[in-house]
Design a protein around this ligand. Structure first.
Ligand code: ADP
Ligand code: MG
Length: 483
């Protein structure tokens, strides 16, 4: 928990997040128009999406199943009866003058998300609800100097709005929440989680209270922040702003603010609208949505192993540390890569090579695991050479670098460069004898009690063999000779 030091004491952040996640589905929520990203403006608009008079919405079952699937993935209550309401407001890119959404009776109720924090601990954040709603169109302000264009391709695309309880207490926790939610959505295949393209958007609700208080303060909402890093920056800025206002005797007014990426500040956008401003009422064109048990059961049976369960299994089966396991399961593809490397090998060693060396190399190259220059088999081949003591862990790092650069197999690199570990006792003994003879003064010092010279002798032996002597044997033989 991160507290903010003010001039009059410490303050605590209270954070709740609302996430809009675009449902993966070929067609829109209430029409058959396509949802493909990047089409020419207004190429994917049905009469329903353009709100032509007399057009009737028809629910897309796939979107309903995706919402149920997500609800199950969030260990949430699935409401067998839910209702679609009209949320009324005027906007140029909302031709109907209302958005079809869900208000008092959403399709998914209370659930939870487990956050994996950097110190290896976890923390549960409550999910308040998940509801289905239509997205609006887009106003394009940058096409002409004095006109605004409207693109309705997005109009009517299905969104899941996922609302959290005000359970988070720091920017780090908000980041961990978004990462975990995104991972779950991707595992489930219900949203691609791409914040840059806008298929996952986040509204941040934040209030401050004095450390130790148990009531909440008044919150501000920061709309549509489009990356996890920006969410954390916006929280940090907004928390300090609120503390300043409160400490100088002011009050926080509930309002909607914007995150200005360029300036790194939040700005007031409008005073917060209340639910009654929207005149919600049940959409008379749509019957209540009733789910049958068989459908819920069918969806349940197709759920994949989710990140938390995978993490628990990695800890159990491979003996991994919780933090390493959570890093590996963050993406389905990294988890699969790791399992392919670990198969039939030491799990901890495999985890170490994947999370430290491979992820480090990918990071440097700016590549994802899907673009890895090394296959799981190739990395496994390198690990095998360490395990059977053909090379030392030290030399393996050089071989790894060479593999990344050239794509050659570990075995071939070791062969070509003559990197095989020296495990021949007499050869190592001979090297050690030479070193001890050449450093008689140091041997005397060592025997006189200067024990840290041991490291010097090890270093000399490794140097003399080009790093190829088996370090364990060097240690053992040196001890024997110096005793
Ligand atoms: P609205 O539709 O008005 O934005 P919701 O109840 O749907 O309201 O969502 C409000 C969000 O704000 C939730 O994520 C909730 O956890 C969060 N929240 C509510 N009260 C506070 C508070 N005092 N401080 C911070 N966050 C809050
Ligand atoms: Mg809101």
């Amino acid at each position: 928990m991160a507290y903010i030091q003010g001039t009059s004491g410490e303050w605590e952040m209270v954070i709740g997040l609302e996430v809009h996640a675009q449902v993966i589905s070929n067609a829109k929520l209430f029409s058959g128009a396509s949802t493909t990203f990047g089409a020419a403006p207004n190429a994917q608009v049905s009469f329903v999406d353009a709100a032509f008079p007399g057009m009737l919405p028809v629910i897309n079952e796939t979107c309903v199943e995706q919402a149920v699937r997500t609800g199950l993935g969030l260990k949430a209550q699935i409401n067998k009866v839910s209702v679609f309401d009209r949320k009324n407001y005027f906007y140029a890119d909302l031709p109907a003058g209302y958005q079809i959404s869900q208000y008092t009776q959403p399709i998914v109720g209370k659930g939870e998300i487990l956050l994996d924090l950097a110190d290896g601990t976890t923390r549960t954040v409550g999910i308040t609800r998940l509801h289905l709603e239509q997205d609006a169109g887009k106003s394009l302000h940058d096409q002409s100097p004095n006109e605004t264009y409207v693109d309705l391709n997005r109009s009517g695309v299905a969104l899941m709005e996922i609302v959290s309880e005000p359970d988070m207490r720091s920017g780090e926790e908000a980041g961990a929440y978004l990462k975990k939610l995104r991972a779950i959505l991707r595992y489930l295949g219900t949203c691609d989680g791409n914040m840059e393209e806008g298929s996952m958007r986040c509204d941040v609700n934040l209030s401050m209270r004095r450390k130790g208080d148990d009531t909440f303060g008044t919150r501000c909402e920061i709309k549509n922040v489009n990356s996890i890093r920006f969410v954390q920056q916006a929280i940090d800025y907004e928390a300090h702003r609120q503390v300043e206002v409160l400490e100088s005797g002011g009050v926080i007014v509930q309002e909607t603010r914007l995150w200005d990426t360029g300036k790194g500040i939040t700005r007031s956008m409008r005073s917060k609208e209340d639910a009654h401003d929207y005149r919600y009422f049940p959409d008379p064109d749509l019957l209540p949505l009733v789910l049958d048990d068989a459908m819920i059961e069918r969806v349940k049976n197709t759920l994949p192993e989710l990140p938390d369960e995978k993490k628990a299994r990695f800890i159990q089966d491979y003996g991994l540390k919780p933090y390493d396991a959570s890093v590996l399961v963050a993406e389905k593809t990294s988890a699969a890569f790791f399992e392919a490397v670990a198969k039939g090998r030491d799990g901890k060693l495999a985890a170490n090579w994947v999370t430290v060396e491979l992820f480090g190399a990918l990071n440097k190259l700016g590549k994802t695991i899907d673009e890895s220059p090394l296959s799981a088999d190739a990395l496994g081949g390198l690990i095998d050479l360490i395990t059977d003591e053909t090379i030392s862990g030290r030399i393996a790092k050089d071989v790894f670098e060479e593999m990344v650069a050239t794509g050659k197999a570990a075995k071939d690199i070791v062969e070509e460069k003559g990197l095989k570990q020296i495990t021949d006792t007499s050869a190592i003994e001979k090297t050690i004898d030479d070193i001890l003879a050449a450093n008689a003064d140091k041997v005397a010092e060592y025997k006189g009690g200067k024990e840290k010279l041991f490291g010097f002798f090890v270093g000399q032996a490794m140097k003399a063999t080009g790093g190829k002597a088996n370090p364990g044997m060097v240690n053992q033989l040196l001890k024997k000779k110096l005793s």
